[in-house]
Design a protein around this ligand. Structure first.
Ligand SMILES: NC(=O)c1ccc[n+]([C@@H]2O[C@H](COP(=O)([O-])OP(=O)(O)OC[C@H]3O[C@@H](n4cnc5c(N)ncnc54)[C@H](O)[C@@H]3O)[C@@H](O)[C@H]2O)c1
Length: 257
């Protein structure tokens, strides 16, 4: 078991990626606080973990509220004694053209995806510095690396989430706190309700030729949470089937292969 005796907070743990990460951590021996805006969804993840013999508890937290960001970290420590791992996964999507975006819509996406993620990382890092170390994992997106039509607020929030990871890594790795980000490509979850043409467009551009799975992201999150991640910090780990790496020429037929 790679996370035996560790304690973890996973935000948005009632959703697709957060639920998969929480389940994987618990299966590897961690005690997991599953937080979510939707308590019933977090409780469903916890029930599943407990049914398999794992240790998990649920709490409601809205990461757009600063006090909730602090509270979910404090609750992890109160319930399990310390916080070794924090996964900032809670997030919302928004597809809207730049010229149509209202100030309220812009601020909502940035407040949940960026500010909520930063404030939770900050609260966790303060505990981890006192404890002598820890692991923080920010869930970014390839949408923060490439300019998607309609992705102005979501993409900007995710680009900033990945930059927060770099700055905090520079400031905190000497104190034993390793902070990395995962940039998933399109994964089948409630959030990625892509229409047929966007879906096919992605599949055409992903060298692996398919959408990703929640399990592929959970596997990356497991490495970044583990003791094996001893000298990796400030990194952006793309889990995207090669989408971010690819140029235009990867069809073997085009090069006579
Ligand atoms: N699915 C993808 O293709 C994909 C790709 C790249 C990045 N991501 C990122 O992965 C993360 C998880 O996405 P998912 O695909 O599992 O989506 P999801 O909708 O299945 O899960 C998101 C979870 O976040 C929770 N949430 C929403 N607003 C919240 C708030 N204010 N406070 C607390 N919790 C809140 C939701 O209740 C939900 O359970 C997000 O940050 C998303 O941007 C997803």
């Amino acid at each position: 078991m790679r996370l035996q005796s560790k304690t973890a907070l996973v935000t948005g743990a009632g959703g697709g990626l957060g639920g998969a990460i929480a389940r994987r951590y618990a299966a590897e021996g961690a005690s997991v606080l599953c937080s979510d805006l939707d308590l019933a969804k977090a409780e469903a993840t916890v029930a599943d973990i407990q049914a398999k013999g794992g240790t998990a508890e649920a709490m409601r937290a809205d990461v757009s509220v600063a006090a909730d960001c602090e509270a979910q970290v404090a609750e992890t420590v109160a319930r399990f004694g310390r916080i070794d791992i924090a996964v900032n996964n809670a997030g919302v999507a928004m597809h809207k053209l730049a010229l149509d975006m209202t100030p309220e819509e812009w601020e909502r996406v940035l407040r949940i995806n960026l500010t909520g993620s930063f404030l939770t990382a900050q609260a966790a890092a303060r505990r981890m510095v006192d404890q002598g170390g820890g692991r923080i994992i920010q869930i970014g997106s390839i949408s923060g690396q490439r300019g998607n039509m309609g992705g102005i607020a979501y993409g900007a929030s995710k680009a900033a989430v990945m930059h927060v990871c770099k700055v905090m890594a520079v400031e905190l790795s000497s104190k034993g706190v390793m902070i990395n980000a995962i940039a998933p490509g399109p994964i089948e979850t409630g959030l990625s309700n892509h229409g047929p043409s966007r879906k096919q467009g992605y599949i055409d551009r992903i060298p692996a030729g398919a959408y990703g799975t929640i399990s592929s992201v959970a596997g990356a999150a497991l490495f970044l949470a583990s003791d094996e991640c001893e000298w990796t910090t400030g990194a952006i780990l793309n889990v995207d089937g090669g989408y971010g790496a690819a140029g235009l020429a990867y069809d073997p037929a085009e090069v006579g292969g």
